[in-house]
Design a protein around this ligand. Structure first.
Ligand code: SF4
Length: 158
C-alpha cells in the first residue's frame, strides 16, 4: 500500500494534514501520512456467503517482517500487480477495508491522527512501540499454504 523502504518525513510543514484537505496534499505529504504499520499488507479472507472479511497474519510476499515495510515499494507492481495505489481520488472506494488505525482512513473519516503516529510523535518507531504495527507478527505467504490461512486469522492490533 503506502509503505516505503524509508518514509521521507523531512521538511514537511507542521501538522500539514490538519490544514490541508487530502486532495491538496503534495506527493511527499501524501506518502508521509503512512505510519508504517504494515497492516494493509496482510492477506484477508472473505466469506463468500456473508461477505465478512477476516484479517490474517499471512503477509504479502514483499513485506519485511523485521521492519514492517515493503521491500520493493517503488517497483512492487512488477511482483504484485494487484497492490492498490491509494490516492485521494480512490479513498472513497477503499477506506472501508483499510485498517481502523490507518492514517488515510482516519483522515477520510474526519478523525485526528493518534499520538503514536510518527508525524505527531516525531519518532518512526512510535507506531511499533504502541503495538499497532505488524512488525515481528507475520508469517510468509510463501511458507503458508492458502488452505491453512484460516488458522492464521487475527484481530487487528489497535
Ligand atoms: S494501513 Fe495505512 S498507515 Fe498502515 S501501512 Fe498501510 S497505508 Fe500505511
Amino acid at each position: 500500500m503506502a509503505d516505503t523502504a524509508k518514509i521521507d518525513r523531512n521538511g514537511l510543514s507542521p501538522r500539514f494534514w490538519e490544514r490541508k484537505p487530502l486532495r491538496k496534499l503534495s506527493p511527499q505529504e501524501w506518502e508521509a501520512l503512512c505510519d508504517g504499520c504494515g497492516k494493509c499488507c496482510l492477506n484477508k479472507l472473505e466469506d463468500e456467503d456473508t461477505g465478512a472479511v477476516a484479517l490474517t497474519c499471512v503477509a504479502c510476499r514483499l513485506l519485511d517482517d523485521d521492519t514492517g515495510l515493503c521491500t520493493q515499494y517503488p517497483i512492487r507492481h512488477q511482483f504484485v500487480p494487484e497492490c492498490i495505489v491509494l490516492k485521494p481520488e480512490n479513498l472513497d472506494t477503499h477506506a472501508y477495508w483499510m485498517p481502523q488505525t490507518c492514517a488515510y482512513r482516519l483522515l477520510w473519516e474526519g478523525k485526528s491522527l493518534p499520538e503514536w503516529h510518527p508525524l505527531v510523535s516525531g519518532d518512526p518507531d512510535s507506531v511499533h512501540a504502541a503495538g499497532v504495527s505488524v512488525r515481528g507478527r507475520t508469517v510468509s505467504e510463501f511458507e503458508t499454504p492458502l488452505e491453512e490461512w484460516e488458522d492464521y486469522i487475527i484481530e487487528e492490533p489497535v
